[in-house]
Design a protein around this ligand. Structure first.
Ligand code: NAD
Length: 489
């Protein structure tokens, strides 16, 4: 590994292909190609392909930087986080442009909502860490205090969807809690993490506090999470990778948290505002369905099925597939050629299984990575298309005749990330909210997030909770300090 000043340009934005370790850019001997899903023939750049040696360098840097960072006050650490937030805000347009090219999320939504949330993540955690008060109490003639001790280097591994926002969401609490960080973004959308590294440098973080490495999961992610110096492992991605990382973290008894896939139900009762429910259901095709929280299983009360379906189809037909940079577009292409093939294979297997494709079910244009918004009526609740996450614009439609049946269907997969319920009955909203097995249940709404609320999944959708104090707790070793009363002056 050698220090590097290499840069390449994408639409006027200068990007480093290299890792950011101990406050400097370092190259790898080999690279990987990064293409744009908006135009699959377009290579955006070649990024450094890290390996075990890179992982070792990043862990050494984070380990060495840890004691000084951990002993800074929350206020002092918060100043760095606030500076970073300001720098992100100043570059929202550029980051949105690059992320749009790199993973095809709609540029307007990136600009208005998703990238600014990255800055909010740092601000929120800088402030939350200060506001979090240690618990103190007296008992058995002792004064008791709960101290929140920084834990050590945190390894953070993130997926390719909404990569900037998701990475900042996970790095901010680690840094605010006093841990040093090594972030490994996904290899399918690595560019905005490299811009983040430039901003970390500009914000003046001490070397080694916040490191970013690039590469393929098995080659650099695996050695990072298997290393005993990683005192926290925080992962977002698929359940399959989650299992591998959990095993590696377990070898070192490193606390591990995982936000994994979903197959969330969107339940529509006959007493609901059917138009609002149908509109939101058609909205699950946004971002080409590449949203972990998406309500991909539409569960509709039989008596309103036809009314719901008419409205749903009308809203779905209004979707515009196209270039994610255009403000008219509502459905973007999928992230990668391999992912397009994976999504299509799910639909073809469903057809073979006898599930009925009601709309869509095809690649939209041979030369692109778009997939038609697809609705499938399964032959049974056991169909693969109902039970497994597709992570594309593919929804299923099932009906129910009672609240009990709706809940049984809602809870009938191995996942448990989120649930949506449309009803006008307050008592039903409570009952269903309690009964649906999920980390988050939204009633008559979707995707509204309070950053202080816990976030995560049950079942194979995840382990542990992030968000608010929950993430600060995860990134800390809680210590009880007990001092015998009147024994010290
Ligand atoms: P993935 O599991 O394939 O990869 C995620 C990350 O893990 C990547 O950075 C990858 O390089 C890395 N990785 C792969 N193998 C590794 C290994 N052996 N050791 C260490 N790291 C390794 O997931 P993906 O395809 O990038 O993302 C899609 C998945 O993420 C979907 O299942 C989606 O639902 C889920 N997701 C969940 C949430 C949530 O908050 N629950 C949010 C976004 C995405």
């Amino acid at each position: 590994m050698t220090e590097s000043s290499a840069r390449f340009e994408v639409e006027g934005v200068s990007i480093s292909p290299d890792h950011y370790i101990n406050g400097v850019r370092v190259a790898s001997a080999v690279s990987f190609e990064d293409r744009s899903p908006l135009d699959w023939s377009r290579v955006l750049g070649h990024m450094a392909r890290g390996n075990a040696e890179t992982a070792d360098a990043a862990l050494s840097a984070a380990d060495a930087a840890f004691p000084a960072w951990a002993t800074l006050s929350c206020e002092a650490r918060g100043e760095y986080l606030h500076r970073l937030a300001v720098l992100i805000d100043e570059r929202v347009e550029e980051i949105a442009r690059i992320e749009c090219l790199d993973m095809a999320m709609l540029e307007e939504s990136l600009k208005l909502r998703v990238i600014p949330r990255g800055a909010r993540n740092f601000r929120a955690y800088a402030d939350l860490a200060i506001a979090y008060q240690a618990r103190t109490w007296s008992s058995n003639n002792t004064d008791n205090r709960v101290l929140r001790m920084p834990a050590g280097p945190a390894v953070i591994i993130t997926p390719w969807n909404a990569p900037f926002m998701l990475s900042t969401w996970k790095c901010a609490p680690a840094l605010a809690a006093g841990n040093t960080v090594i972030l490994k973004p996904a290899e399918w959308s690595p560019l905005t993490a490299s811009i983040l590294a430039d901003l970390i440098d500009e914000a003046g973080f001490p070397p080694g506090v916040f490191n970013i490495v690039q590469g393929i999961g098995e080659e650099i992610g695996a050695p990072l999470v298997a290393d005993a110096r990683a005192r926290r492992v925080s992962f977002t991605g698929s359940p399959e990778t989650g299992r591998l990382i959990a095993k590696a973290a377990a070898q070192n008894l490193s606390p591990f948290t995982a936000e994994l896939g979903g197959k969330s139900p969107l339940i529509v009762f006959a007493d609901a505002d059917i138009d609002a429910a149908a509109k939101k259901a058609a909205g699950q095709y946004d971002d080409a369905g590449q949203v972990c929280l998406a309500g991909t299983r539409l569960l509709v009360e039989s008596s309103v099925r036809d009314t719901f379906l008419d409205k749903f189809l009308a809203y779905t037909k209004a979707h515009v597939l196209g270039d994610s940079r255009s403000s008219d577009t509502t459905v973007s292409p999928l992230i990668h050629m391999d992912h397009l093939a994976r999504v299509d294979a799910f639909v073809q297997r469903a057809k073979t299984n006898g599930d009925r494709v009601m709309i869509g079910g095809r690649i939209w244009r041979e030369e692109g990575l778009w997939y038609e918004p697809t609705l499938i009526e399964p032959v049974s609740n056991e169909s693969e298309i109902v039970q497994n996450e597709v992570f594309g614009p593919v929804l299923t439609l099932q009906t129910f005749d009672s609240e009990e049946e709706a809940i049984t269907l809602a809870n009938s997969t191995a996942y448990g990330l989120a649930g949506m319920c449309y009803t006008s009955d307050a008592a039903r909203a409570e009952r269903v909210g309690f009964a649906v097995r999920a980390g988050t249940v939204w009633v008559n709404c979707f995707l509204i997030r309070d950053l202080t609320a816990p976030f995560g999944g049950t079942g194979i959708s995840g382990i542990g909770r992030e968000g608010g104090d929950f993430a600060l707790d995860f990134h800390s070793d809680l210590k009880t300090l007990q001092i015998l009363q009147d024994s010290v002056t």
